[in-house]
Design a protein around this ligand. Structure first.
Ligand SMILES: Nc1ncnc2c1ncn2[C@@H]1O[C@H](COP(=O)(O)OP(=O)(O)OP(=O)(O)O)[C@@H](O)[C@H]1O
Length: 253
């Protein structure tokens, strides 16, 4: 057995006095897609954001407990949150390209992290990242066009390419398809399936069909608790907990 990529132990997340995540412990493995599901407001996004310290950017948010990336405490004083977010990248619900060219959207991260020695190396990173995100053929002749001029689905693949460009180890995706049409969604789902061999992927989704299609492991959250975690096929066919059963059969959510 290889070590889990991420280990969370007894994690609580507070917004001011309010506890949004209560004592969550979970191991997240490499080479697979892990889905977080559960009714609106159960804390999926909050917990996802705690995995790369995005909650640090929210005033009043506090995380307690322990989260280890390859055994290293990501909340340790010695951990630089900017470097951490390159290792644990994030893709958001709404595609959010920078108001810059397609090329610059990809080159920005590698530049600030000093990953390219010169123009030729940067060109290579840009091409490799866009290729991995399945976008290169569509944009190779228009790299100086604005990223925001692309379609919604292309913008989301651009955002995935931007995350890939800084050589992450984990990619967190917070409902990455919720603003996309079914065809663009299918492209992203195919892409997620390809990327899982290189990165640990965690996806928050409202769609149980999507969780069933793209993930190998599923975590069901309810009211800030991790109710059940296991193989996706088992969670959807033979859940152990009544609350999971009620959710996947559509009794609430
Ligand atoms: N910035 C914030 N400040 C205060 N409370 C927040 C903040 N973000 C989320 N919450 C609260 O924390 C709880 C969990 O919210 P979160 O967005 O993590 O849930 P979610 O399961 O991702 O919901 P959804 O599926 O609707 O996106 C909710 O009660 C929410 O109102």
């Amino acid at each position: 057995m290889t070590e889990p990529k991420l280990i969370a132990r007894n994690v609580d997340v507070f917004y001011g006095e309010k506890k949004a995540i209560d004592n969550v412990s979970i191991d997240i493995d490499n080479g697979i897609v892990t889905a977080f599901i559960g009714p609106s407001g159960c804390g999926k996004s909050t917990f996802l954001r705690s995995l790369n310290r995005m909650n640090d950017t929210i005033a009043g948010a506090k995380v307690t407990g322990e989260i280890l990336l390859d055994g290293e405490d990501i909340y340790a004083a010695s951990m630089d949150p900017v470097a951490l977010r390159a290792r644990v990248g994030m893709v958001f619900q709404k595609p959010n390209p920078f108001p810059k060219s397609i090329y610059e959207n990809i080159a920005y991260g590698p530049r600030i992290h000093g990953l390219a020695q010169g123009k030729a190396q940067m060109d290579e990173i840009v091409e490799r990242s866009l290729t991995k995100a399945g976008l290169w053929d569509e944009v190779k002749d228009r790299l100086s066009d604005a990223g925001t001029a692309l379609s919604g689905g292309q913008q989301q693949r651009l955002c995935i390419a931007r995350a890939i460009a800084v050589s992450p180890e984990v990619i967190l995706m917070d409902e990455p398809c919720s603003a996309l049409d079914p065809i663009a969604t299918a492209r992203i789902e195919e892409l997620i399936d390809e990327l899982k061999d290189t990165y640990a992927i965690v996806i928050v989704t409202h769609s149980m069909q999507q969780a069933a299609r793209v993930s190998q492991r599923t975590a069901f959250f309810h009211l800030g608790h991790l109710v059940e975690y296991g193989e996706t096929s088992e969670i959807f066919t033979t859940p152990r907990e009544d609350r999971t059963k009620d959710y996947i059969t559509g009794r609430y959510g």
